[in-house]
Design a binder for this molecule. Structure first.
Ligand code: UT7
Length: 316
């Protein structure tokens, strides 16, 4: 499998740390040194499905394809406007595709899980090209009165088209079930048979626990996937990590001992965009000409579940 096109789409509205401090007991002085975040994009008048479709169309155009050129659509999404149908079905209609589609929810690790799924689908079926779209409306998931979570997240959509090829990616996936440290809960239904359902819960996170888990899990996943591929840490040109907190990325850089410029980051501008963060970074780097044929690339992400995944591939 190889990646033959990328694209992204962001909401128009930029919200700075100072904007948040206007209605929350927080400050740029607190947020920036602890997270690296300066601003984030937040959905206001747009719709997530339209952003997702724009990202998909940009990735198709980058790959030199139209919607009829893909055999399957995989969408990674935690939260949007609709519970059902899945966002992948809405994207299929908006871009004018006719292929089947499927949603996955592996939280912030969703892009790497989608790469794994696409690779497995290609091996198991006749599919030659699969469109992956990661689209996240975190502004709908967080409590805007909770300074410990809402300042961290942003909204975004990013996409990649993958194609069957001789290149062999390596993966390392894991799930370590933990409901308390990171979760959000639907509003209760009105079933007369289940009167005691718990109330809706916006996103809740045990920040310092999740921070430590993120560092140790991502370091372990990266080492595991490199061991499988037979490539050393020093040989890797780019480590594209989930953008949750620059301090997490910096701690991983220090543990890995690889040069800092091999760990590009854009969290300062977008905050944590969940599964969209890795493909958004990939699209920025690709457009800036920072990824070249033959580059050894590692993707690694971590999120609610707790899920995590790493992928190694040589850029074709
Ligand atoms: O993508 C999913 C995975 N998510 C992550 O990877 C996030 C991982 N966790 C983190 O990035 C960090 O733990 C945070 C950035 C969330 C928090 O940083 P921290 O250094 O662990 O801070 P803390 O949670 O220990 O909070 C320290 C203090 C608390 O006050 P007290 O109890 O010490 O008086 C908080 O109430 O900072 C307070 N605080 C804030 N103050 C101003 C929490 N949020 C804010 C805020 N502004 N926005």
């Amino acid at each position: 499998m190889k990646i033959i096109g990328t694209g992204s789409a962001l909401p128009e509205k930029t919200v700075t740390n100072d904007d948040l401090a206007a209605f929350l007991d927080t400050s740029d002085e607190w947020i920036r040194p602890r997270t690296g975040i300066r601003s984030r994009r937040v959905i206001s008048r747009e719709k997530l499905d339209a952003l997702a479709a724009s990202a998909a169309q940009a990735a198709l155009a980058d790959a030199g394809l139209d919607a009829s050129g893909v055999d399957f659509i995989l969408c990674s999404n935690v939260c949007g406007e609709y519970m059902t149908p899945g966002l992948s079905c809405i994207i299929q209609g908006l871009i004018g595709a006719s292929c089947p589609s499927l949603d996955i929810n592996a939280a912030c690790a969703g892009f790497v899980y989608a790469l794994y799924t696409a690779n497995a689908f290609m091996a198991a079926s006749g599919y030659d090209r699969i469109l992956i779209v990661c689209a996240e409306e975190n502004s709908r998931l967080v409590d805007w009165a909770d300074r410990s979570t809402c300042v961290l997240f942003g909204d975004a959509a990013a996409a990649a088209v993958v194609e069957r090829s001789a290149g062999k990616p390596f993966f390392h996936l894991r799930t370590s079930s933990n409901l308390d440290s990171l979760f959000a809960r639907y509003a209760p239904g009105n079933s007369p048979y289940a009167p005691d359902q718990p109330p809706r819960a916006f996103l809740s996170m045990q920040g310092s626990f999740v921070f430590k888990q993120a560092v140790s899990t991502m370091c372990g996943d990266i080492r595991a996937v490199l061991e499988k591929s037979g490539v050393s840490e020093a040989e890797v040109d780019l480590f594209l990590l989930h953008q949750a907190n620059y301090r997490i990325i910096k701690t991983i850089i220090d543990r890995m001992g690889a040069p800092e410029d091999r760990f590009p980051h854009n969290i300062g501008n977008y905050g944590n965009t969940s599964s969209a963060s890795v493909p958004l970074l990939l699209d920025e780097l690709k457009r800036a000409g920072r990824i070249n044929r033959g580059d050894k690339v590692v993707f690694s992400a971590f999120g609610a579940g707790l899920t995590s995944a790493a992928c190694y591939m040589e850029w074709e």
